[in-house]
Ligand binder design. Structure first.
Ligand SMILES: Cc1cc2nc3c(=O)[nH]c(=O)nc-3n(C[C@H](O)[C@H](O)[C@H](O)COP(=O)(O)O)c2cc1C
Length: 182
């Protein structure tokens, strides 16, 4: 973190970073954005996550833009062990149906992802907090394929074992960038 007090008043963040309820890592914005990984096998299932920490993250998330600034989002925070178990059962059933269609032997690059996502499916009920994002819509006859993406996403919330995450291999920029035309 830079020295917040040294900035001109107009540049001071309205959220006082020093009052955050969890420790912040000393990362600059580029480091933060390029090392934030999908963590499944290194979730710390023993360390509790206070609801205050989730509230703090959502307070930041609510600053995100939305179409026409409608903000029709809702966040269901699940900490009750029985409810988490039930959610985990539904997730495991969907996960089995999804990964059953993928043959890791045919696509070795996916084998690691399948392995780690299987692990997550097995421990989902033990993750300290589950956050289910949902959105209000005007019509309720949405095609099934669109429902998961629009109505709900399951976000497991846990501290990680270690914080040494790195940038991931991605498609080469030159293969996806198009300047003034395709
Ligand atoms: C919209 C979206 C939905 C995702 N859904 C799931 C999911 O249901 N389960 C899961 O384990 N990972 C999910 N992921 C994580 C991706 O599989 C992950 O980004 C990918 O494996 C690359 O990981 P990395 O960003 O750490 O390199 C999702 C990611 C996005 C952006």
């Amino acid at each position: 973190m830079s020295d917040v007090d040294a900035r001109p008043a107009t540049l001071k963040p309205t959220v006082d970073v020093r009052t955050t309820v969890t420790d912040l890592l000393p990362l600059n914005p580029d480091e933060l954005l390029t090392t934030t990984r999908t963590v499944r096998k290194r979730l710390d299932l023993e360390r509790p996550v206070p609801v205050e920490v989730v509230r703090e993250a959502l307070e930041v998330a609510l600053q995100a833009p939305s179409g026409s600034n409608k903000q029709k989002w809702h966040w269901l925070i699940v900490t009750d062990p029985e409810l988490k178990k039930k959610v985990a059962e539904y997730y495991a059933a969907s996960h089995a149906a999804y990964t059953g269609a993928v043959d890791p032997a045919e696509d070795p690059s996916r084998a690691r992802i399948v392995s780690s996502s299987k692990h997550l499916a097995q421990v989902m009920g033990d993750v300290p907090v589950l956050v289910i994002g949902a959105i209000e819509i005007d019509e309720d006859d949405l095609p099934a394929g669109n429902q998961a993406g629009l109505w709900g996403s399951l976000l497991p919330v846990a501290y990680t074992k270690g914080t040494d995450f790195k940038p991931a291999p991605r498609k080469d920029l030159d293969s996806v960038i198009h300047l003034n035309g395709w």
